[in-house]
Design a binder for this molecule. Structure first.
Ligand SMILES: NC(=O)c1ccc[n+]([C@@H]2O[C@H](COP(=O)([O-])OP(=O)(O)OC[C@H]3O[C@@H](n4cnc5c(N)ncnc54)[C@H](OP(=O)(O)O)[C@@H]3O)[C@@H](O)[C@H]2O)c1
Length: 261
């Protein structure tokens, strides 16, 4: 058995697995021999992915349709898990693009629920089991947009900052109990979600979802934060360490103004 599977298997739960990066995480974990619980709302996409992965790899896959904006659903989902899950990937996200006063109040609450409350509920639910195992991992998908505020996506960017800081704290606290926690601060990724919001061409440093998934999984255990992609690492260093905060906000906002809802 590979070291990865021994430490984080035999099952992984991927939240937000129906397409884009979540589906890429599922494929990368399947190739590492882990069985999968795949969670998202669109059941047909989950079933299609499950069929594909079980055909390609000697693993079991359980598709689970659930709305992670509902905290009762998050809690019940974890409480009713029968599988020995050693790895949680919190990848599900919702974003609403537009001027703050034009985005509906419900859409803003949806960002908070899916991007911040759900990862807390899922991680909190699973942590006692991971601690009891004495080994395991939690990945929180964050973003370079969480490094500073950005116009047009202020609430989404803030939700990603939340994930980075949450992962840092849990990395220290749970690391002492054998649990590896990692925030993956991705730059642009070629996913249906990204491509539908992009008005202009592709952003510099854009990566395929498979590359982000692999680099993130490879960094687990060396946390608390990974920035996939060399150009993105340089951009992150510049935005966080070199530029004055207000310059970083202006620079990022010049780009995010181009996004469409
Ligand atoms: N794409 C980028 O350029 C980029 C850059 C930096 C960071 N990220 C982060 O990377 C992650 C994946 O990005 P992506 O572009 O692949 O996202 P995406 O295409 O929008 O996919 C998001 C996933 O989350 C699921 N999801 C959304 N709302 C849900 C809900 N209420 N309940 C359950 N599942 C829900 C979706 O499935 P259903 O619709 O079937 O529920 C889908 O599988 C996100 O955390 C994002 O913030 C992305």
């Amino acid at each position: 058995m590979s070291d990865f599977k021994a430490r984080y298997g035999p099952w992984a739960l991927v939240a937000g697995a129906s397409e884009g990066l979540g589906a890429a995480f599922a494929a990368a974990l399947a190739a590492r021999g882990l069985n999968l619980v795949l969670v998202a709302r669109r059941e047909p996409l989950l079933q299609e992915l499950a069929a594909q992965l079980t055909e390609q790899h000697a693993i079991q896959v359980e598709p689970l349709a659930a709305d992670l904006a509902d905290m009762d659903v998050c809690r019940t989902l974890i409480a009713s898990l029968e599988q020995n899950v050693g790895l949680l990937v919190c990848n599900a996200a919702y974003s609403a693009v537009g001027r703050f006063q034009d985005v509906g109040a419900d859409a803003l609450q949806q960002i908070l629920a899916v991007n911040t409350a759900a990862p807390v509920a899922l991680a909190r639910g699973l942590t006692p089991r991971l601690v009891a195992r004495g080994a395991g991992g939690i990945i929180l998908m964050s973003s370079l947009s969480g490094n500073q505020g950005s116009a047009n996506i202020a609430t989404y960017a803030a939700s990603k900052a939340f994930n980075t800081v949450l992962a840092e704290g849990l990395w220290h606290e749970l690391g002492e109990q054998g649990i590896d926690v990692l925030a993956s601060c991705a730059g642009a990724i070629r996913t249906p979600g990204y491509l539908s919001a992009q008005a202009g061409g592709e952003a510099p440093g854009i990566l395929d979802a498979s590359a982000v998934a692999e680099q993130t999984l490879d960094a687990l255990g060396a946390g608390p934060v990974v920035v996939p992609g060399t150009l993105n690492k340089l951009a992150s260093f510049m935005m966080r360490r070199l530029l004055p905060r207000r310059s970083a906000v202006r620079l990022m906002s010049n780009n995010t103004r181009e996004l469409t809802g």
